[in-house]
Design a protein around this ligand. Sequence first.
Ligand code: NAD
Length: 442
Amino acid sequence: MVTISVIGTGYLGATHAAGMAELGFDVIGVDTDPVKIRALAGGEVPFHEPGLPELLRRHVQTGRLRFTTSMAQAAAEADLHFVCVGTPQSLTGAADLSAVHAVIAELAPLLRRNALVVGKSTVPVGTAEQLTRRIASLIQPGIAVEVAWNPEFLREGHAVHDTLHPNRLVFGCAGPSAEWLLREVYARPIADGVPVVVTDLATAELVKVSANAFLATKISFINAMAELCEAAGADVLTLARALGHDERIGAQFLGAGLGYGGGCLPKDVRALIARADELGSGESVAFLRGVEEINQRRRDRIVAEALEVLRGGPGWRAGRVAVLGAAFKPHSDDVRDSPALEVAQRLHRAGALVTVYDPVAAVRARSVAPQLRYAANPHVACRKADVVLHLTEWPEFGSLDPVRLRAIVRNPVLIDARNTLDAARWLAAGWEFRRPGTVLPL
Ligand code: NAD
């Protein structure tokens, strides 16, 4: 049986490493961050992901899953190396591939036997081919190292399920041996009926970014309709429900609201635009600039709405804003490019006293936005608030008691930027309930 290394043990890599152990493989997770490695080796997951701590601990205990900072150990023991390092946005908007290149520069010269290097990081099309050439120039004579691309589609908050039961597997392969090995690694999900798409390296790389660009487009589409609904006095929630019944459209990703964020969609859309420009194909994805603009306007819209409420109230410059949610989406503590946190920070910059509550993301939020106040529960966050903003749709916000909260705030105005709260309950409790682009119940 093959031994697997997973290089880069962040959100993707830590989950993938535990998933591979669950599939029965011996796995070595490698990261340059010793603090992260120590935590993972001790069975601790340094971020919030439901179900992952249990899975990780189980396999760390059996010894099937180990963690190290030593690339040499990974090179010596593993036959297949999954590359899961970050590919953040660079200043130009293109993907920053320095971590991917650093991995190859370190790993390739250490290899002493034939190996398969499988990229899982999201990269611009053409990267795998470039890495193949680079590896060939760095390896010892007499060994064969192939590169494959196996993009990852997991959703944070559902990462364990998505890793063990993906909705499809995409194998970008330069030859049959890579496909054969990947089919062995994923034998269980394949036996469960998960569809496999085998293709070339470039197509596999593009599948991932185009999937994210499509999802971003769908979200921006419904948010554009929200703008139109607002102008026309129509209701985007009903519109989305009606659209979603059409199977050709589908109901998912039609939640109008504050738009997309996180560590993937925004940067992947920008990286696709940048790569298309490099390839002389910028026109093909020109519409994605509109997708981005619509997404940004959602944040602007909610900032403007909150400022309007504050300006209408007494002494708005020191107005108090309660922010419910900091994570970019519920069931995650990821605050990378979080719409909620951006809105909170912009209101702080405008002079408001902003207090944030998030069930799990407060620690991460504080590390990137220490200027904001953080509360241990929503009631403390709402104390004497002039406006309450619902910015991340955690299920627990749906069961807040509007009557109890009304007694805590100074001014009972709620802006439901995620369009998921029960307007009738808040209105019945005497709140001014604002939800741009929707028609409120009478
Ligand atoms: P992350 O920042 O959480 O993790 C990246 C990890 O790589 C970090 O732990 C970092 O210390 C480590 N690293 C950096 N340089 C290294 C090196 N030279 N050697 C070893 N380790 C190194 O990022 P992430 O969210 O896990 O994303 C990783 C990749 O997966 C990105 O390309 C992302 O677009 C893609 N992806 C992420 C998700 C997701 O939901 N997070 C889903 C699909 C794809």
